[in-house]
Design a protein around this ligand. Structure first.
Ligand code: NAD
Ligand code: ISE
Length: 333
């Protein structure tokens, strides 16, 4: 039987997820869409033969909707996730789970009160074959205890409204989650430094270097460059006690000619993480069809938001700021 999905927010990534749910993956059907831009909702619905709903809440309550996909703007995520929990429906929420720590805590409270997981957060890197291989390498003990994780997150360009705070809340949020995933560790402090600005950024503090200290004593150094022009380049290396593990280049082939060698750099996150998104949704469809969720949880969404909001504070103060987490509920053990 096919999982009947309702999608709230049919902009760029909403439409990309609808494409993969309708043309790439099996086991799901998008039956309902809603958007604050009704013309956009109508246009997308007409393309796939879905029904439109005037509000996200109405879509969540609809009988025909088994599971909910939230791909609206960040500040609206929490209210839809909470409504889905009230309706007892599995919900996939794109990052961030919520923009404030208080809203994330409300989601944790609602889900732990229910006593089972319904929420999955869109940290797609956890489904990327390269990162999974990196994690397996660490867990196999091949490099000894991890000491440092260096993560490079490079975007060719960003829109004019993008701020230095966005470099944490919108971009480095992925590296923060990746660090927790790879090291199986939690952050305790964060500081952010900016070198000389990239002149392509029109005054934006870019790049940023974020240093996160972990409970075990491991350090995480995140470089966010968002105007680097040459492509969308994701770097990663873990330095352990006896070895290192490094993300390979993401191009399929290396071309050697005329005394040189070259390879393709992805143009954007859709290209770099296309296969990871497919795996993420394949695993979500399977879990949601059983009434649950797979992979990144509301707890992971909560920790990421605590870390990014503390990082935003660190940008403002220029100081090292402590990251304070509530006790992890048993549901997320
Ligand atoms: P977008 O602006 O292209 O699309 C958002 C859509 O949501 C728009 O059509 C807008 O009209 C609609 N919307 C806004 N508020 C709404 C509401 N209250 N109810 C219903 N619809 C509403 O944005 P986008 O780039 O698609 O990003 C959407 C989300 O996905 C963001 O949270 C973003 O951080 C996340 N995202 C994740 C990744 C990733 O790599 N995982 C990549 C891009 C975007
Ligand atoms: C975007 O919202 C994403 O989530 C991408 O994965 C990230 O690389 C980009 O910087 C963000 O703007």
């Amino acid at each position: 039987m096919s999982l009947k999905i309702g999608v709230i927010g049919v902009g760029m990534i909403g439409q990309d997820h609808i494409r993969r749910l309708t043309t790439v993956l099996a086991g799901a059907q998008v039956v309902a869409v809603s958007d604050v831009n009704p013309e956009q909702a109508e246009a997308v619905a007409a393309r796939i033969g879905a029904r439109t709903y005037p509000t996200g809440e109405a879509l969540i309550e609809a009988h025909e909707v088994d599971a909910v996909l939230v791909t609206s703007w960040g500040p609206t995520h929490a209210k839809y996730v909470l409504a889905a929990i009230v309706a007892r429906k599995p919900v996939f929420c794109e990052k961030p789970l919520a923009e404030t720590v208080e809203e994330c805590e409300a989601v944790l409270d609602a889900e732990t009160k229910l006593g089972r997981r319904l929420v999955q957060v869109g940290f797609m890197r956890r489904f990327d074959a390269q990162y999974r291989a990196m994690k397996q390498t660490v867990e196999a003990g091949a490099i000894g205890a991890p000491l440092i994780f260096q993560s490079g997150h490079r975007n060719p360009s960003v829109p004019g409204y993008y701020t230095a705070n966005n470099a944490l809340t919108d971009t480095a949020v992925h590296d923060i989650d990746t660090a927790r995933f790879l090291l199986d560790d939690e952050p305790i402090a964060i500081s952010v430094k900016s070198p000389r600005k990239n002149s392509r950024g029109g005054g934006l503090a870019d790049p940023l270097l974020t240093l996160m200290e972990m409970r075990t004593g491991a350090l995480v150094a995140i470089e966010t460059s968002v105007n680097i022009a040459y492509g969308y380049d994701i770097r990663g290396e873990i330095i352990g006690e006896t070895g290192v593990v490094t993300l390979a280049e993401s191009n399929n082939v290396v071309v050697k000619t005329n005394g040189g060698f070259s390879g393709h750099v992805p143009v954007d996150w859709k290209e770099r993480f296309g296969a990871a998104f497919d795996t993420e949704f394949r695993e979500w469809i399977a879990a949601a069809s059983d009434g649950g969720a797979a992979g990144p949880s509301a707890w992971d969404g909560y920790v990421a938001t605590v870390a990014t909001t503390t990082g935003v504070k660190a940008i403002a103060t220029g100081a090292r700021e402590l990251i304070t987490l509530r006790e992890r509920p048993a549901l997320y053990a």
